[in-house]
Design a protein around this ligand. Sequence first.
Ligand SMILES: [Zn+2]
Ligand SMILES: [Zn+2]
Length: 419
Amino acid sequence: MPDYQETLNELEITLAGRQEEALVSIPTVLEVTDEPEDRYSRLRLIPWWDQDRLRSARVMVVGAGALGNEILKNLALLGVGGVFVVDLDTVEQSNLSRSILYREADEGAPKAEVAAARVREINPDVRVRALRGDISTDVGLGVFRAVDVVIGGLDNREARLAINQACWKVNRPWIDGAIEVLHGVARVFVPPDGPCYECTLSSVDYRLLNMRKSCSLLNREQMLSGKVPTTPTTSSVIAGIQTQEAVKLLHGHRGLPTLSGKGFFFNGLTHDSYVVTYTRREDCPSHDTFEDIREVHAGVANTTVACALGWARDALGPDAVLELGREVVTAVVCRACAKRQSILRPLARLTEADARCPSCGEMRALEMTHTIYGSEDFLDLTLAEVGVPAFDIVTGRSGWDMVHFELSADREEALGDIA
Ligand SMILES: [Zn+2]
Ligand SMILES: [Zn+2]
């Protein structure tokens, strides 16, 4: 039988030696250990760690489901100063097996708001803005521009594409995550020159996207409710990698290696993992990056379409048009009855009942636009009334020349106390 005490002594000597080595090779540790212990003192022992950088950072988390819960928990523990969380849904009992931030009593409450409250509870240093809404229609581009990095905890390609295009437009990196049973993937997309999410889509992805687009225009919620089995264990692995990548991106000045343009694939059955490097597709349609963004002191609720078109013409001449970035439905047409009815509604707010023909009950075709030429009959409506979300960016265009106008007066309303 080995002499325990002797073994322990040896171990202590070895450890002490290693510690000395560590202290010698990383002298900053010596300085830090003199500081009083606080919430972040163990993090500050990491030589490249910059807690002030994290405290001044803003991170958007899209989706507060299994991945979003873990991401938000990690951001709270790390003391990331400003968090913007978006989710459309309410808490259900079935979320409780994979969502550390939710309790039984939260059933029926908006996920974004409950998650925000729990983040504040975990760490009062973190300011959180919750938005119950849809990422593709309710979050202005100014919000994307105001954050340092976007992290996705999503379960559908449509929302990923929306985030991807928004991030490219305002030049902000985003970190995608996906989980299914015990498998998962985390990947990092960095504009303007890296491969983007759409560059990674296969022909199968496109087929699924188009299939859903063609039949889901009016009952998106039904189409998005496809349930994928997920576990809290795999979600914590993938969300851990996503948050770690966010921390590294926020420490960009330290030159740390990241998963930029790459995907980390994890097989939870075997615990094998591998990293793939994506290629940028030069014909990919999602690589628009806004060059000239001007902050205008106006908001969507009190700016008319005519007024915004005026900004475009002042900047680019009388032939300029205004691009809204979102579709506005201008009419519905019944092919069976050969009848056309004018309506004016943002596509996102059109219901199935609006689109059914009142005479024959068939689904009617939609006429839509996102370009304003100046002859429209709705020029005196406000941008909000045609579906432009608060703190969005609208675009003036004349030929290839473009100027982008951020509705900066909405900043406080959109960002709340992380403004
Ligand atoms: Zn691309
Ligand atoms: Zn009809």
